[in-house]
Design a protein around this ligand. Structure first.
Ligand SMILES: O=P(O)(O)OP(=O)(O)OP(=O)(O)OC[C@H]1O[C@@H](n2cnc3c(O)ncnc32)[C@H](O)[C@@H]1O
Ligand SMILES: [Mg+2]
Length: 178
């Protein structure tokens, strides 16, 4: 099976490779999310994930494509880091799933509300470069108990699991109706 991931971010590629075994060829594509650089809220974030997956499935001989997108969401507990994933298969089936979420430190929330993307805000806050390609905001706020690749691994499991379940049910109906 050949599958595509709509990002060059190493945490997203690692998550897909963690879930799919040796039988899969994984290609990474710098797919456009067609949403803001910093998505706000579930709706915009899941749309970014879907747009990335839909862009990848256009390429020939891809069995299914995965898009993963990070965002932020306002809540009464503070600004949260959120993440969504989408899987689109070659038959046009689409699946979505979200990941773990947790409130960001107040300083990071302020930087984001001033217009900085979360990736930049978390780098300023930690005085580091490229946190979004390493443990991510989720890793920072959870003391690395849930790093960004692990969080996305869970999302990819939820996506691939839904795809497998749908394929198994379709196969069952095909067999009993033939
Ligand atoms: O190359 P891509 O796939 O675009 O990876 P990205 O790190 O930019 O990630 P997203 O576009 O999905 O996330 C949208 C923005 O939110 C930031 N972001 C989302 N989740 C994050 C996290 O856990 N840690 C740091 N930044 C995060 C990210 O850096 C972007 O500025
Ligand atoms: Mg991005």
């Amino acid at each position: 099976m050949k599958i595509a991931i709509g990002s060059k971010n190493p945490t997203k590629i690692a998550a897909v490779k963690n879930v799919l075994g040796d039988g899969y060829e994984v290609i990474s594509v710098d797919a456009p999310s067609l949403v803001s650089e910093q998505p706000f809220g579930d709706e915009e974030t899941v749309n970014g994930a879907l747009n990335r997956a839909r862009a990848c499935i256009e390429a020939d001989d891809i069995d299914f494509a995965i898009g993963l997108e990070g965002g932020v969401q306002d809540s009464k507990y503070g600004l949260m880091v959120i993440n969504w994933g989408a899987l689109v298969d070659k038959n046009g089936n689409e699946f979505v799933a979200s990941g773990a979420r947790a409130p960001l430190p107040g300083e990071v929330a302020l930087l984001v509300l001033e217009g900085n993307p979360l990736g930049k805000a978390i780098d300023l806050y930690t005085k580091r470069i490229g946190v979004s390609k390493k443990e991510g905001a989720m890793g920072i706020v959870t003391n690395s108990r849930i790093n960004r690749d692990e969080m996305f691994t869970h999302v990819v499991k939820a996506l691939v699991g839904q795809y497998e379940y749908k394929s198994a049910v379709s196969e069952y109906w095909r067999k009993i109706t033939e």
